[in-house]
Design a binder for this molecule. Structure first.
Ligand code: PMV
Length: 323
């Protein structure tokens, strides 16, 4: 039997702008996905018969990546993440599954998080019709705080590059890590609106808005500046400045029309107890995130305002084998 865990992620800065080559900053969160594989006499997943075409990520990892030809497996998956909420649950599943299959097939090899990030990205691409940024898989594999950008970002340590030929042309990313100061004494509280976040639709909506109203490009440029300022503040452990940058980012995302009344209501509800708050991920639904030193009060405020809270440290450890 082997058990592996991979964390979810939360984008602190740069969503949507990253689609236009600007940097995005994401942190791994405490909650994630656990995979348990047990040798068995039939292929099952979550107690049901395993049908490869219904699980393209998993069959890609088993067959194409690891060429698994061992005995059938009983696969159990448990997730502490809201799904379709921008928390990277499918990337966490890919990473935890890859780590578990790697341990099963190559028990003496060390877990290589960069290799797993690449495998996870390829699995996401396979499952998402050729379009997936490496943000979720890289953050879940590497853990900590990750910057994904068209260019190498100052003040961050370059880890690897990724590229992809998408239906719209070739895209290239540089993936860097930022060392968070160990003394950071604050929490993230995510608030799920209960509404799924349609990433593809939101990205397409922003593209249409920029075409209709080119003045909105100023919001993209502003998000890029805010991201750089937020990154500098994070590296220095200046949490007040991080919070201010999050607030400023939310205003720009509202201007890009990706917030929603539900997200705005949760952001407003947490402000009295937060250093900063914004929507996180594609918007439209999904989650907001607050930075705070009063996580319980913020969680209560989110519940009172109709959301579901999830408390996390900033920058959890990446993918790992549990047993
Ligand atoms: O909600 P998520 O985690 O799928 O966030 C998407 C982030 C975007 O910048 C909106 C899209 C992308 O591909 O980076």
């Amino acid at each position: 039997m082997v058990r592996a865990f991979a964390p979810g992620k939360c984008i602190l800065f740069g969503e949507h702008a990253v689609v236009y080559g600007h940097p995005a900053v994401a942190v791994a969160i405490d909650s994630g996905v656990e995979v348990e594989l047990t040798e068995s006499d039939s292929w099952t997943i979550e107690g049901m018969s395993f049908e490869a075409h219904r699980h393209p990520h998993i069959s890609h990892i088993l067959n194409d990546v690891f060429g698994y030809d061992g005995v059938p497996l009983r696969m159990e998956i448990s997730s502490g993440l809201f799904s379709a909420a921008g928390l990277g649950s499918s990337a966490a599943l890919s990473n935890a599954m890859s780590a578990a299959v790697q341990r099963l097939t190559h028990p003496d090899d060390e877990i290589d998080s960069v290799q797993l990030a690449r495998i996870g990205h390829a699995a996401e691409v396979k499952a998402q019709a050729g379009r997936a940024s490496p943000t979720d898989t890289a953050t879940s594999a590497l853990g900590g705080c990750v910057v994904v950008s068209g260019d190498i970002v100052e003040g961050a340590e370059h880890v690897f590059d990724a590229s992809l030929v998408t239906p719209e042309g070739e895209r290239k990313w540089s993936i860097c890590k930022v060392n968070l100061p160990p003394e950071i004494d604050a929490w993230l509280v995510l608030g799920f609106t209960g509404i799924g976040s349609p990433t593809g639709e939101m990205v397409a909506g922003v593209a249409r808005l920029l075409e209709r109203d080119p003045s909105k490009h100023a919001d993209m440029e502003a998000i890029a500046r805010i991201t750089q300022a937020g990154l500098t503040a994070l590296g220095a452990g200046n949490l007040e400045a991080v919070g201010m940058a999050m607030d400023a980012c939310h205003v720009r995302l509202q201007s890009l029309e990706v917030s929603s009344p539900e997200l705005d209501a949760l952001v407003e509800a947490v402000r009295p107890h937060s250093l900063g708050a914004k929507l996180t991920g594609a918007g439209g639904g999904g989650c907001m995130v607050a930075l705070t030193d009063e996580p319980q009060r913020v969680a209560e405020a989110i519940e009172v305002a109709g959301g579901t809270p999830l408390i996390s440290r900033l920058g959890a450890e990446g993918v790992r084998i549990l047993a």
